[in-house]
Ligand binder design. Structure first.
Ligand code: GLN
Ligand code: ZN
Length: 776
């Protein structure tokens, strides 16, 4: 029985790649240094999988930034503005596309399906000329081979690549990148030929778009692509990997009918109906089924007994030698290695499995299917006397301890959350009346300026937090240092003449972790990092039990900050949906239930802030959009409980308290009505990296009466926008939005930027707002 891993985290167990990348970008180390770290990471991952006994080990799952950008490099689709003149794409062009450079902004970044990973969106036009321009897949394959490890190179499939692309700047909006299928396939053929020459026997094509609601011409593209590629395969097996949701019946029919494809991978964790589909629609004879039973998106130990029974059922359909035990998707969406978790107690630890442990689970399942369950029963004269605890029985014990542990249940919370059901929660007055009442108190100019919350986090600041956590400095010293930081940020904003201030979030390591640490029902890892984009990683908390708020979480800092200025200071909270979507969530109750519990905790905080005299409270829902189910049929239900959870947090405040929310890099147009239904007074939205797509929805006539601040510049890039450029952006917004509802702000928090970038950028931003005020 064979085992397979769809993909593996690249960052390393202690974020080695992040530090190597950032040091290289800062000019502190050489390209050689970076490549060396990368090669070490790759080899240790391959060895680990080989040692665990995995048969199909992936290669080309590593990336210096993003696997979609790697594919863009592979096919040579470099947008014109980067002045690429041909040849193998090096770090220079590659990182310019990813991050921008002094003269050219970065390419757009967007969420990878419904995960918190972001990919660089390819830009293609009718004149795009593909050329084979990055041999990364082949060189990784060879690198592993040189280490004595046979791997399966992974490529993003041609159809998914094109479906994820957008029309390039010069191209018509109606241009369909999929029309380039004919011209991209020759590049894939070249790659396949080289991989074959290097000795590869299998290639994995990731085609996750197959789980989306595709139109028939899009489905036909798969048939076209893989029939065309078939001719170049001979002797080489390919399989198509899908993940993140059930594959629709139509798509299942289409791909399983592909003759040249030897196998198919399905996500049997998020895809809850695929199993039935396989049973009812059947599975093509002689083909391999890569059964994704080990969850790549969460940190819970697999329920091995239940997986085993699923696998046994599948074995009966596809045959013993054609069933491959696999992960539901790449393990890059989970944490790296539980071994490095020194602070978790042993009970919680026994409930968990990170990427390294999941590799072992996959292999254990494969062995168990082959009849090699690792349990030894010791007998005396035929009578069992003791049982050596093997992997499977330890797992079963952990599963049952999780079900019965008193740490998981809080009856009061269960009751309060249950009481919410069936009722609606809204502020009693409508938004325009509220805005009037607020304006009387706040007295803001038109085009008010603000920022999203965080200010740059310097080394010194991080050190202070670290030392306080490690008990190396006293509470008193810590409070003093944070106060100083807040005061610095307040003064700076006053100097710039920003209208609504923030305290800068210096006490926060991470916008979700900070709250999770103060709520009950959460556990924390030391090294449970997951890549978010580029070198940026997040460390999601683990929600293992019912959630409650033992005491106020942010009131002290917000009050302190407000006391330093006469301008309004925004209270700064993370919303329930974002806390949920950016955590590893318990899988023993519906997500909606967990979300309502968090909403009730945040509601208490909102009300305490208001009582402390905070007049503007921002409740970030940065991740609301990314939790949207991929399949249309499931979206309305999600939006309903997500938006409801947000409203629960602030339905109890006075009209004069201004509720802001903020959302990040996403495509909002399809959920604009839900955003309106959140009923916030002001929303600030990421915009500048999405090419002002957002504005088109208002151009098309959607009525928006609340305050809105589409980001006027991209904080993800070190580039400093000029006053003219920002003014130009604001003018574009004024063309579609009423003057009196428009806010001026960057598109996200400034945490990752340096003061050298933030100061001129904010100063230009305020200058632009003032320039326009004077012209109105
Ligand atoms: N308030 C947070 C910050 O400014 C919001 C971050 C986010 O949207 N991702 O950092
Ligand atoms: Zn943001």
């Amino acid at each position: 029985m064979a085992s397979h891993i769809v993909g593996y985290p690249r960052m390393g167990p202690k974020r080695e790649l992040k530090f190597a990348l950032e040091s290289f970008w800062d000019g502190k180390s050489s390209a050689d240094d970076l490549q060396k770290v990368a090669a070490e990471l790759r080899s240790s991952i391959w060895k680990q999988m080989a040692d665990a006994g995995i048969k199909y080990i992936p290669s080309n799952t590593f990336s210096y930034y993003d696997q979609v950008l790697d594919t863009t490099a592979m096919v040579g689709a470099v947008p014109e503005r980067y002045n690429y003149t041909g040849g193998e794409i090096g770090f220079d062009i590659y990182f310019s596309m990813a991050r921008g450079n002094a003269s050219v902004p970065a390419m757009e970044m967007t969420k990878w399906f419904d995960t918190n990973y972001h990919f660089i969106v390819p830009e293609l036009g009718p004149h795009t000329k593909f050329s084979y321009s990055s041999r990364k897949a082949v060189s990784e394959y060879k690198e592993a081979k040189a280490l004595g490890i046979e791997t399966i190179p992974i490529l993003i499939g041609p159809v998914t690549y094109l479906l994820l692309s957008k029309p390039s700047r010069g191209a018509e909006k109606s241009f369909s990148p999929l029309s380039l299928l004919e011209s991209i396939l020759p590049i894939y053929k070249e790659v396949i030929a080289e991989l074959k020459a290097a000795g590869a026997t299998w290639i994995q094509f990731d085609e996750p778009t197959l789980v989306m609601d595709l139109q028939s011409h899009q489905l036909e593209a798969f048939t076209k692509a893989y029939s065309e590629l078939e001719s170049s395969l001979d002797g080489l097996d390919v399989f198509i990997e899908t993940y993140f949701a059930d594959i629709p019946a139509e798509a299942y029919k289409t791909v399983t009918a592909l003759k040249g494809v030897r196998g198919f991978g399905f996500d049997l964790v998020r895809g809850t109906q695929t199993l039935d589909l396989i049973k009812t629609a059947g599975f093509p004879a002689g083909k391999y089924l890569f059964a994704g039973v080990v969850d790549g998106r969460n940190i819970w130990a697999n329920d091995l007994a239940s997986s085993l029974s699923i696998l046994v059922g599948l074995e009966a359909i596809v045959g013993k030698d054609k069933l491959v035990v696999s992960t539901s998707c790449s393990l890059m969406h989970t944490a790296v290695d539980l071994v490095n978790e020194t602070k978790l107690d042993s009970e919680i630890k026994s409930w968990l499995a990170f990427a390294a442990q999941k590799v072992v689970e996959v292999n254990a399942l494969a062995k168990a299917l082959a009849g090699e369950k690792d349990e030894v029963v010791l007998t005396t004269k035929g009578i069992p006397v003791s049982r050596e605890v093997g992997f499977f029985s330890a797992n079963a014990a952990a599963q049952s301890s999780r079900k019965s542990s008193p740490r998981v249940t809080n009856e009061e919370v269960q009751r309060d959350a249950a009481a919410l059901k069936g009722s609606d929660h809204r502020r009693p007055t409508n938004v325009s009346a509220r805005l009037d009442a607020q304006q009387k108190k706040l007295n803001l100019p038109i085009l008010p300026t603000t920022t999203i919350g965080s200010f740059p986090q310097t080394m010194d600041l991080r050190r202070v937090r670290r030392e306080y956590k490690a008990n190396k400095i006293s509470e008193e010293e810590y409070v003093k240092a944070i106060k100083e930081e807040i005061s610095k940020v307040v003064k700076l904003q006053e100097e710039f003449d920003i209208d609504v201030l923030v305290h800068g979030e210096p006490e926060r390591n991470d916008m979700v972790e900070y709250f999770g640490e103060q709520l009950s029902g959460f556990a924390f890892t030391v090294n449970g990092w997951v890549q978010s984009y580029g070198s940026r990683c997040v460390k999601p908390p683990i929600i293992y039990g019912d959630v409650s708020r033992p005491k106020a979480m942010t009131v002290f800092w917000s009050k302190t900050a407000q006391s330093m200025t006469s301008r309004p200071m925004k209270g700064m909270l993370t919303g329930p949906v974002t806390i949920l979507n950016w955590s590893f969530v318990r899988n023993d109750q519906p997500r909606s239930e967990t979300c309502y519990q968090i909403a009730l905790a945040i509601k208490k905080e909102v009300e305490d802030l208001e009582a402390a005299g905070i007049q503007v409270i921002q409740i970030d829902e940065a991740a609301l959009r990314e939790g949207l189910p991929l399949r249309k049929s499931e979206q309305a239900f999600y939006l309903d409980w997500a938006v409801h959870s947000f409203r629960i947090t602030n339905c109890g405040v006075h009209d004069t308290t201004q509720i802001h929310t903020h959302m990040c890099y996403s495509n909002f147009n399809d959920i604009i009505h839900s955003i309106i239904d959140m009923d916030a007074d002001v929303i600030t939205i990421e915009n500048s990296r999405s090419d002002e797509k957002l504005l088109s929805v208002f151009r098309e006539g959607v009525k928006y009466g609340a305050g809105i601040g589409p980001g006027v510049y991209d904080i993800h890039s070190p580039r400093i926008p000029s006053t003219e450029e920002i003014a130009d952006r604001i003018n574009k917004m004024l063309a579609v939005l009423e003057t009196n509802i428009l806010w001026v702000n960057p598109d996200c928090g400034l945490k990752t930027r340096k003061y050298g970038e933030v100061k001129p950028a904010l100063s230009n931003m305020v200058a632009a707002a003032k320039l326009l005020r004077s012209q109105l």
